[in-house]
Design a protein around this ligand. Structure first.
Ligand code: DC
Length: 229
């Protein structure tokens, strides 16, 4: 573990399934920082909305009225970060293809983004935090000391997501997962409010041909140099 008095904010943005969360967890462990998977918050709201309208269509009018009733917490166990929605552990449920296929739609709503980004900004008040998502370096923490932007080919990311879902006991075909990734890329980058884009001062890393360990080493080296300067 790396012990250093100076605490900074680390923002990791990038496309779906580029390994942002895996890297954020490893780094949080190494630097003894807290870690927030902001995507899990959009997923939790999406899951809540799908419970309201089980036919699979999001009723935005109803959802926006219900935002005051949505409380998202994170719990840290040996199984990793657990997402808690109104007291219930929904960590596995938010990884379903149903949530996957609606989350970008929910995340494109400006009121929902405001609701979640306000909470995320508060989480960084004491620094010493690593947050991953799509707009962390551009909107949530524009003054973060360290910003990364991860990219990889859609096929490599689909393979990664397919294996992750298998681990959660969710079985979808590789082609369904790939199509979902391509659709989400389009929605995440083309939405009007806070689209996915690289912050000007973020370091871009293409991870397609790099192992988890190699990416970790690259990020760690950058962070250590920021902490020492
Ligand atoms: O990182 P993820 O795949 O779990 O994120 C799920 C969705 O949430 C993603 O398609 C876009 C959205 N998202 C966002 O718009 N802003 C964030 N900061 C994090 C996620």
């Amino acid at each position: 573990m790396f012990l250093e008095k100076k605490k900074i904010i680390i923002a990791i943005d990038g496309y779906a399934s580029t390994g942002k969360s895996s890297q954020a967890k490893l780094l949080a462990n190494f630097f003894n920082y807290s870690y927030i998977d902001s995507g899990a918050m959009y997923r939790a709201v999406t899951y809540y909305a799908l419970q309201q309208e089980p036919k699979g269509e999001i009723n935005f009018q109803l959802l926006l009225k219900s935002l005051v009733n949505i409380k998202i917490d994170f719990l840290y166990t040996i199984k990793g970060q657990q997402t808690i929605l109104n007291g219930k552990n929904i960590s596995k449920k938010i990884r379903s293809l149903e949530v996957d296929s609606q989350v970008s739609n929910v995340a494109s709503n400006e009121h929902i983004r405001f609701f979640l980004t306000t909470q995320q900004k508060m989480m960084g008040i004491n620094k010493g935090i690593i947050m991953d998502g799509r707009d962390i370096g551009t909107v949530v923490f524009p003054s973060a000391e360290c910003k990364f932007f991860l990219t990889a080919s859609p096929e490599i990311r689909a393979k990664r997501r397919y294996n992750e879902q298998l681990k959660f006991g969710i079985k979808n075909s590789y082609n369904e997962v790939l199509q979902n990734i391509i659709n989400r890329d389009y929605m995440d980058t083309s939405r009007e409010v806070n689209p996915l884009k690289k912050a000007k001062d973020a370091i871009a890393i293409e991870v397609s041909d790099l192992s988890l360990y190699e990416v970790f080493q690259l990020l760690k080296t950058e962070i250590v140099s920021k902490l020492k300067n």
